[in-house]
Design a protein around this ligand. Structure first.
Ligand SMILES: *[C@@H]1O[C@H](CO)[C@@H](O)[C@H](O)[C@H]1NC(C)=O
Ligand SMILES: *[C@@H]1O[C@H](CO)[C@@H](O)[C@H](O)[C@H]1NC(C)=O
Ligand SMILES: *[C@@H]1O[C@H](CO)[C@@H](O)[C@H](O)[C@H]1NC(C)=O
Length: 470
């Protein structure tokens, strides 16, 4: 009884520390750097967690989506409002290498859109954009995010502006019909150089979802090496984000041979990225057929084998889940099973992540005008959540859970189920910080941790209930 009481006090203390740390976790300086598996504030060494959502800017109008729905500054302020500190902002290479000086209005006029409607809607909410060149319009978006303190990852999504990604769309791998590696490198050099003066541009990625019949390891090593060096030489301050093969799911080849890069880039700036959806991999139906615990455990094991292994060992580096997502209308049973499984893992490992997607509609996607994005945080108005339970599901995931170093672990057994439960305290050995522990993390079995991570409301009560501490 008395030991249960002291455990309760300890838990209460941990919860208090947790909220305190969560409050301060968004204040840091830039640029960012890496320390083993963590992304950190270069100046203080303190961890910075990337909590991002994707803003699409790589489709044929070559403008960020949503300018037909809401003024730029209102969209930008939605990122903080909805709990994000960061945006993954996509572009197509041609925007910078071929159409930088073409005006947005000219491009819209050349597209097979009900031009008058789209243009009129943009003119209503963002009249300034139509006479701008594509370069100026992209800069205006970066400026607005930068001024509002939203961190920006500049994402090379495609070469030719288009919806992504098919195995054979000619945009998938070096040497494909629309994928000239030299033009791609010029694009990387341009964005890394051009946005150098914007402190909130914290990262430049090499390429979204390499794929298709031509993909091979040999060219991966050659061009990813060149791409990483190109970005780092143009701007040594930004993080350089590297994607794998098979739609950005597979890095197993790095177990045999690492990417040959300069040590200061590898040690301080290199981040890997991975994508995961319910439909990733060969047998998506498994999410509704097999027992959930088993398919969840198998999926996480496969993530560990294919990418998460990069976070441990001698050359440990951060792994950024730069895309995952779900049908926010709740209409897809595969997703409804996948999301609690994946978010429990992502919260327990305290990964950096970016949700696909932020904005609720497209000017035009795959031939459909004004198509809504079911996977988006915002609905078609670009103002409200599409999933009414979003906050509850994402509160813990949006916070920083772990510090840089583990300090102490306590083990419990859950009284009712006899499943092992572990409380970890995380702190940092960096002498600049006086707090002995930054945070507490709870790990129960996959099912129980889902309960905790998904229902942060009543976090303390639920935790105590689960451990039968009262
Ligand atoms: C845009 O114009 C600038 C200035 O004239 C020029 O240096 C640049 O090469 C042009 N960019 C493209 C993609 O045509
Ligand atoms: C854009 O330029 C054209 C031609 O110079 C002009 O007629 C039009 O009013 C301008 N539109 C805006 C929104 O400034
Ligand atoms: C790693 O090397 C071993 C032995 O050379 C080989 O059998 C294996 O297929 C390689 N694995 C990958 C992922 O390249």
């Amino acid at each position: 009884m008395s030991s249960a009481k002291s455990s309760s006090c300890l838990v209460l203390l941990l919860v208090l520390i947790y909220y305190l740390a969560a409050l301060i976790s968004f204040s840091h300086s830039l640029p960012l750097s890496t320390n083993k598996r963590w992304i950190v504030d270069e100046e203080t060494g303190k961890r910075v967690k990337l909590v991002c959502a994707h803003w699409v800017g790589h489709l044929s109008p070559m403008l960020v989506e949503g300018l037909d729905k809401s003024p730029l500054n209102e969209i930008v302020s939605q990122f903080h409002d909805k709990g994000f500190n960061c945006v993954r902002l996509s572009y197509s290479t041609y925007l910078f290498t071929r159409y930088a000086n073409q005006s947005a209005a000219e491009t819209l006029a050349g597209l097979d859109l009900p031009e008058a409607n789209v243009k009129a809607a943009i003119a209503k909410h963002n009249p300034w954009v139509l006479n701008m060149t594509h370069l100026e319009a992209y800069e205006a978006v970066v400026d607005a995010l930068d001024k509002n303190g939203v961190m920006i990852i500049i994402d090379n999504h495609v070469i030719m502006p288009n919806w992504c990604c098919d195995r054979d769309d000619g945009n998938g791998f070096f040497g494909d019909r629309h994928f000239d590696p030299h033009e791609w490198l010029r694009g990387l050099d341009f964005v890394a150089t051009h946005f150098k003066a914007k402190p909130h541009v914290i990262a430049v990625d090499l390429r979204n979802e390499l794929r298709g019949a031509r993909q091979n390891k040999h060219d991966w090593y050659e061009y990813m090496g060149k791409g990483a060096r190109t970005i780092h030489e143009a701007n040594p301050k930004v993080l350089v984000i590297i994607s794998g093969l098979n739609f950005d799911s597979d890095f197993t080849f790095l177990k045999n041979k690492s990417l040959d890069l300069e040590q200061d880039l590898v040690r301080n700036k290199l981040v890997y990225e991975v994508h995961l959806y319910s439909f990733t991999g060969p047998a998506q139906q498994r999410w509704t057929i097999q027992p959930l615990n088993r398919i969840c455990a198998d999926t996480i094991e496969s993530v560990k084998d294919q990418s998460a292994f990069l976070m441990s060992g001698e050359n440990a580096a951060p792994l950024f889940v730069s895309e995952f997502g779900y049908d926010m209308r709740g209409l897809t049973p595969l997703d409804n099973n996948f999301v609690p499984c994946f978010t429990a893992y992502a919260a327990a490992a305290d990964l950096d992540w970016s949700l696909w997607a932020f904005g609720g509609s497209y000017y035009e996607r795959q031939g459909q005008i004004g198509l809504e994005e079911a996977y988006a945080v915002l609905d078609g108005t670009w103002k409200n959540y599409r999933d009414p339970n979003f906050t509850e599901k994402f509160q813990l995931l949006q916070r920083l859970v772990q510090g840089v170093y583990t300090s102490l672990s306590l083990s419990h057994t859950h009284a009712r189920t006899h499943l092992p439960a572990e409380i970890k305290l995380f702190g940092t050995t960096n002498s600049k910080f006086s707090k002995p522990f930054e945070l507490a993390q709870l790990t129960l079995s996959m099912r129980l941790s889902t309960l905790i991570f998904v229902h942060l409301e009543g976090f303390y009560t639920k935790f105590v209930q689960l451990l039968n501490l009262k």
